[in-house]
Design a protein around this ligand. Structure first.
Ligand code: LMR
Length: 406
């Protein structure tokens, strides 16, 4: 019956992480999956999370189904964190937010929703982007194209190329220009996989183009707080809202709360007014019902409790700030050792790229050598999870990288 089913080739990130787990070499270093490990190489349980969860255990109550859109306190906390409690769009109730199964669940619900109401709009993603973006939107039935983003020669953003394609200066038919009304998927901060973000001036130049051409922005914000700060990392959301643009935003707490397995995310759609937000919310609820009925309770309630208890909120922000600063320190240390070992090469991209990831520029073959000869795991695209570096492995990583680059 199932003989015709082809074997699964595996996922470039998740399967690699599984391979790391099976690697018997004691000195192995995992810089593959986007998970933050602390300086002892451990997956942290944040103190704010532990306190909130401990308090919850004191008053265990019945657990019915959640509403299709998720818990009201969680959805409200999401909006306040993304936009600010006093933001006009929040106060006027023109943002439709549903609790989703991770940021991925948000992307999927939004993808299905868009396919229903904008069935002919192609989706454009950055070149490169998170491996699963293309798969998710193709899975929702969209044609997916790529716009220029990363400049391998400089390790920075190819903003001129990106802007040109957004402006539609090219041939729409051969997919070298974005047609008006297309869906443009963008990373709000800490671009995955490159660590290369637009700066404020670049957003300011891009946003009028998005507006003039009636593009539908779809932001993915999975690393809020890992770039410049919790509020600072929402710059793109603020700027799009201020420009009066309606847009989609999938968000995730996996990294920022170190609650990966709880699958806590959201989809927020900024609408022109409260009446339209109500319509959008209704059909998002229907989309959730058709996919998985309703989201789970526990993780979302931990997050809502932390964000809505001032002392825990402050503690969480402080812990997240420590994580962000530790990643920056690791960037500096990696850069210093590599630069000393290979003075002829420029590794300054490690300092300018931000968030959990850096695009090392290593070829797939060099990544394979790193893994096979030195037990250092990177994704084959050359993406390094800088958040996997620590005082005990950063030197060895730099030495191994220098060896494969020499
Ligand atoms: C990553 O990019 O490594 C993470 O977002 C984990 C994943 O699901 O791919």
């Amino acid at each position: 019956m199932f003989q015709h089913i082809e074997p699964y080739a595996g996922d470039p990130i998740l399967t690699l992480n599984e391979a790391f787990g099976k690697d018997p070499r004691p000195h192995k270093i995992n810089l593959s999956i986007g998970i933050y490990f602390d300086d002892a190489g451990k997956l942290p349980v944040m103190r704010a999370v532990r306190e909130a969860e401990t308090a919850m255990l004191q008053s265990i109550g019945p657990r019915s189904y959640q509403p299709m859109e998720g818990a009201a306190n969680y959805r409200s906390a999401v909006q306040q964190l993304l936009f600010g409690a006093d933001h006009e769009a929040v106060l006027s109730k023109r943002i439709a937010t549903v609790q989703t199964i991770g940021g991925s669940g948000g992307l999927k619900v939004g993808g299905d929703f868009l396919k229903r109401y904008f069935p002919h709009a192609p989706v454009w993603v950055s070149d490169p982007t998170w491996d699963n973006h293309r798969a998710m939107f193709e899975g929702a039935g969209f044609a997916v194209n790529t716009y220029p983003y990363y400049d391998a020669a400089t390790g920075a953003l190819n903003f001129a190329g990106m802007l040109q394609v957004f402006k539609g200066d090219g041939d729409v038919k051969n997919s070298s220009a974005i047609a008006a009304g297309s869906i443009v998927l963008m990373h709000a901060c800490c671009h995955n996989p490159t660590g290369v973000d637009l700066n404020a001036a670049q957003w300011a130049e891009l946003i009028p183009v998005i507006k003039a051409r009636g593009l539908i922005p779809y932001l993915d914000i999975a690393y809020q707080g890992f770039g410049d700060g919790i509020a600072e990392d929402t710059f793109a959301l603020q700027a799009l809202t201020a420009a009066g643009i309606s847009f989609f935003c999938a968000s995730s707490f996996s990294k920022s709360f170190s609650l990966y397995g709880e699958r806590c995310g959201a989809l927020s759609v900024v609408c022109p007014d409260a009446a339209q937000a109500e319509l959008v919310l209704g059909q998002m609820r229907a989309t959730v019902r058709k996919n998985y009925s309703s989201p789970p309770t526990h993780g979302g309630q931990i997050i809502a409790r932390v964000l809505q208890t001032p002392a825990l909120h402050a503690q969480w922000a402080n812990e997240l700030s420590g994580m962000r600063e530790r990643i920056k320190l690791m960037r500096q240390r990696l850069h210093a050792v590599l630069q000393a070992k290979l003075p002829g090469k420029d590794f300054s991209y490690f300092l300018t790229q931000r968030g959990m990831f850096s695009y090392t520029g290593l070829s797939a073959e060099q990544v394979d050598r790193l893994r096979e000869d030195h037990a250092v795991y990177l994704v084959r695209s050359g993406r390094m999870c800088v958040a996997g570096l620590n005082s005990g492995n950063v030197e060895a990583t730099a030495v191994a990288m220098a060896a494969v680059l020499a």
